[in-house]
Every structure is written in C-alpha cells, then in structure tokens.
Design a protein around this ligand. Structure first.
Ligand SMILES: [Fe+2]
Ligand SMILES: [Fe+2]
Length: 251
C-alpha cells in the first residue's frame, strides 16, 4: 500500500490510502486531510495499522512533531484508530472533538485529554485558516458524529458523508451523489435516523466550494447543491423506513 498526497484546496492536503481488498473488485480508499497552518490540523488519523504510512506522508508536508490538532468525524478505527500514536509523535498535539465524543469515548480512550468543541465552535489555526466544528449526530453514523469546515477555502471535511468505492482521483467535478447512493446500498453504513436529512441540509448554507470525502474524491463545485441532493435522498429513505416501521413491515 502507498499513501498518495494531493493538495485539494490551498494549504489542505489529502493523504489517500487505497485498499484493494476491501469491497472487491472496486476496492476502497481511506483519506486523511492535513491543513498546513501555524497550528497544523489533521482530520482523520487513519487506522492504527496505517499509522506508519500516514506519518510518512504527513512528514513530507510538515514536521510531524509540529502537529497541533487531531480531529475526526467520529470515534471509529479508520477515523481515529491511530490517535494515540499521533499524540505520542507530536508532544503539543491535542485531540479536538465534539461534546458527545469526548464524554462517551475520548476522555477515556485518548492518552491526553481532548479539547471539547461546542457545536459551531471555531479553532483559529493561524495563517488565515479557521476550522468550524459542526455536530451531525448519528449522521451518517455515530452518536458523536461531526464535520469540520475550513472557512478561508470553503472546504467541508465531510467524514463518511458521500462514501463511495474505488481508488478515486484526488479531485473531481463529476457526480458524487450517485456513487454515494451506490456506497450506501452496498455497505448500509448510515443510521437512517429521522434527523439525517435535516443534519445534512443544515450544512448547505455554508456553501462549500470543496467537499473533502473520507472515502472518495474531493469534489469541486457547488457543495450546497450536492448536500441538498444527498439530504433529499436520505429524507426519502428515512421517510420510507419509518412508514414501514409504523406499519409493521420492517424489523
Ligand atoms: Fe465511519
Ligand atoms: Fe470512515
């Protein structure tokens, strides 16, 4: 395996590791995003078993020991499996995550105390980069789920939203909603909670110019249109599911 590096917005780098054995024959990629700033931030640590690869890639962009912030979409192995290795490698690094994730998992599982972020709280990374944390509970999964928005570039770090298969290019202007629906149908990874559509639609007013997918390419275009289209899809799915549940058709 190798970890490919690409700049997907000014000062924001995608570290992509493709695993052909997952979901064959298409395979599956796990992406971390490094924001280069006075206080560098890594969004997704990658798997515990991918730490050496991701560390080597990050070291081409910054001195690893200068990493200041470690953030991720939710508590799960591909999102934060290597968090303690990163904490050990960067003495000033701190995990930053939402209230739920800190209370439920990170206060116990992280080797240093995390910074608890309120919904919509901003961290000023210096050098013009600012990241806003936004709670998206149970969306697409995980009670503690959230996303981050880098305001100077208009980049939404989407976590598992829009998950798709394959070894995708770093950047695309093509459709990301259709492939996300295929990914949902294959993995069934979403909680399909009744609030899911609203949680995604709430991100559209940010008007992202780039949607940085954890599993997929980074999309350049009208992020609000893509987010609203994904919200439409999940509102239909969750509506149908709840109608079936009410009628006793679903388990
Ligand atoms: Fe996940
Ligand atoms: Fe993920």
């Amino acid at each position: 395996m190798e970890t490919k590096i690409a700049e997907i917005a000014e000062g924001i780098y995608r570290l992509s590791t493709y695993v052909p054995q997952i979901a064959e024959p298409a395979g599956f990629a796990c992406n971390s995003f490094l924001i280069r700033a006075e206080q560098p931030l890594l969004f997704h640590t990658g798997l515990h078993k991918m730490f050496a690869l991701n560390r080597e890639a990050a070291a081409k962009l910054i001195p690893v020991e200068s990493l200041r912030w470690i953030a991720f979409g939710h508590y799960e192995a591909d999102e934060c499996g290597a968090m303690n290795e990163w904490l050990a490698s960067a003495p000033n690094a701190q995990i930053a995550h939402g209230t739920t994730g800190c209370l439920v998992s990170l206060n116990d599982m992280a080797d240093r105390a995390p910074r608890v972020l309120a919904d919509s709280e901003v961290i000023d990374l210096g050098g013009g980069k600012r990241v806003r944390y936004i709670d998206t509970p149970h969306t697409p999964h995980g009670w503690d789920a959230g996303v981050m928005f880098e305001e100077s570039t208009g980049t939404l770090l989407c976590g598992d939203l829009f998950t798709q298969l394959g070894d995708n290019p770093a950047l695309t202007t093509g459709d990301i909603v259709g492939p996300a629906i295929q990914g949902e149908n294959l993995f069934q990874y979403s909680a399909l909670s009744p609030g899911m559509g609203a949680a995604i639609r709430r991100l559209a007013p940010l008007k992202p110019k780039t949607l940085a997918l954890m599993h997929g390419p980074s999309y350049q275009g009208d992020g609000a249109i893509a987010l609203n289209a994904l919200a439409d899809y999940y509102e239909k799915r969750t509506g149908e599911r709840w109608a079936d549940l009410m009628q006793g058709k679903a388990a």
